[in-house]
Write a protein of this length. Structure first.
Length: 483
């Protein structure tokens, strides 16, 4: 490797899967490491970086950390590819096919270093990149760690894909049948709660199903595995994963972790900036200011979900008929056009004016922390789930794909933090669940969510397991550089 100047500080390359739910937590991890003096190279795809530049202040925000640089790489897709809905898997397939030689060349040529840290001494790659980042790390002698942005329960379930096939539990024939092939989940995991990739008819040819199993399995080759979770939430499952990946750093919830450390250290001012790929509409915070405490259900299906016009109307009628106040995030590209019919029934418009607020994208962490919010209708993306847990807000889960099917089962059955509405999109069910969450079972969920929020905070405070694991990771990065 080219080494123009002596290396006086370790440099960590952080390479996320190019999607909102991955870039966001990996930027938070990058910031936590940068606070300890480690130099960071954050590698985005051009598409993601352009959006971050357009909608956030990331370049100035992270420039306060010495040695923090951004670099970009192509995702190999045409610029007009939607990168949305289930087509996000195209990005993973494309990077698997094309990125390895480019990444290697970038590392060898010194493009990923700067100043006092011209070389990358440690790599934290998205676990979805599977073998290709580990291969590059091995070829160049760079210790490489996998970061999986999803839940531990999802990660664990994917190890058992061959067993699910052998036992005939996939392809799925009965969605309500209990699954016996995933150890530790036999008493509550139904076929419909398995990762959505298991819902295929032809298991032999489905590329995504096999790819996700393969990348999960590859994590055993990584130096370690980082998970955005915490001991009191998923400790028992994390211990099972150590059979495959002996060294695991659970350092979550990352957003709480970062907020706590920023607040403790006056050198790094804590601001309200986001890492969002859409234009945030902060006017919803003003709207929330004028609503009574715990009266609003916040509705957001994350950055990838797409819904049909018919589904949209079921949700909308359900919310309106529940008579509860609602704040609904509807990104511009969320609704699939079916028939060019874009008009909204007048009764919905009127009820929305009376007790609703709609925005294209919200400052979600702040919304969930607002005292007016009493519930969250969510797609159960892992970041959204952790953000809701951190804020002590109960959830109604309507999972879309990937890990969300299993996350929602854990939210409702294992942690008792809300209700699971998966595979149903019916205005009567929406209305009933909203009222159950916000009124009928409010007290029950208030207790369970407050307790889990307390445990989340405890885990990232000094002496807590996530806090100690981050310290351990920092020590590993330093020792890999000095040895
Ligand atoms: C995806 C997967 O869905 C998720 O399950 C996986 O674990 C990570 O990648 P996404 O669908 O975008 O992510 O959902 P989620 O994980 O919840 O991440 C969305 C992020 O965008 C959250 O951090 C959320 O706070 C933020 N967001 C979303 C906003 O800030 N404002 C919004 O209006 C919507």
């Amino acid at each position: 490797m080219e080494n123009q100047r002596p290396q006086t500080v370790p440099r960590v390359l952080i390479f996320p899967m190019p999607a909102q739910g991955h870039v966001n937590p990996m930027l938070k991890l990058a910031e936590l490491l940068a606070m300890s003096g480690i130099h960071i190279t954050f590698l985005n795809t051009d598409h993601i970086h352009n959006r971050l530049i357009k909608y956030t202040d990331i370049e100035t925000r992270y420039s306060k950390y010495t040695g923090f640089i951004f670099r970009t790489i192509s995702d190999g897709l045409d610029e007009d590819h939607p990168r949305k809905g289930k087509l996000v898997w195209d990005i993973v397939h494309s990077l698997h096919q094309k990125a390895k030689p480019v990444l290697k060349e970038m590392l060898v040529s010194g493009q990923l270093g700067s100043g006092d840290s011209p070389s990358v001494t440690y790599m934290i790659s998205d676990g979805l990149f599977g073998e290709f980042t580990i291969d590059v790390g091995e070829e160049l002698g760079i210790p490489t760690v996998h970061f999986r942005c999803s839940s531990a329960c999802y990660f664990w379930s994917y190890f058992f894909f061959p067993r699910l096939l052998e036992s005939g539990e996939i392809p799925i024939t009965n969605m309500d049948k209990l699954i016996s092939s995933v150890p530790g989940m036999e008493s509550f995991l139904r076929a419909r709660d398995l990762p959505s990739m298991c819902r295929v008819t032809d298991v032999t040819t489905d590329q995504t199903l096999h790819m996700v199993h393969e990348v999960t399995y590859q994590s055993h080759r990584a130096r370690a595995l980082i998970l955005n979770t915490f001991e009191d939430l998923e400790g028992p499952i994390v211990r099972r994963i150590t059979e495959f990946c002996p060294n695991i750093y659970t350092i979550g919830p990352l957003h709480t972790h970062l907020n706590v450390r920023l607040a403790q250290n006056s050198k790094w001012s804590s601001d309200q900036s986001s890492n969002n790929l859409y234009d945030e509409d902060r006017s919803c915070l003003t709207w929330l200011d004028s609503q009574p405490p715990h009266s609003v259900i916040y509705v957001s299906f994350g950055s990838i979900t797409v819904v049909s016009k018919a589904e949209l109307l079921e949700f909308w009628y359900g919310l309106v008929n529940s008579k509860q106040r609602f704040l609904w995030v509807m990104p511009p590209d969320m609704v699939l056009g079916e028939d060019g019919e874009n008009s909204v029934p007048a009764d919905l418009e009127e009820a929305t004016r009376e007790r609703g607020c709609m925005v294209g994208y919200a400052p979600q962490e702040q919304v969930l922390a607002h005292s007016a919010v009493g519930g969250f209708l969510t797609h159960s993306g892992w970041n959204s789930t952790l953000e809701s847990i951190g804020a002590g807000v109960p959830m109604i889960c309507w999972p879309y794909f990937g890990d969300q099917q299993i996350n929602s089962r854990f939210v409702s059955q294992v942690w008792n933090l809300g209700l699971d509405m998966k595979d149903v999109c019916d205005r009567k069910v929406v209305e009933k669940m909203v009222n159950d969450l916000m009124v009928e079972r409010r007290r029950e969920f208030a207790e369970s969510t407050a307790e889990m929020a307390r445990l989340a905070k405890r885990s990232v405070n000094e002496g807590g397991p996530s806090y100690s694991n981050l310290e351990r990771l920092i020590q590993d990065i330093i020792s890999c550089w000095t040895n």
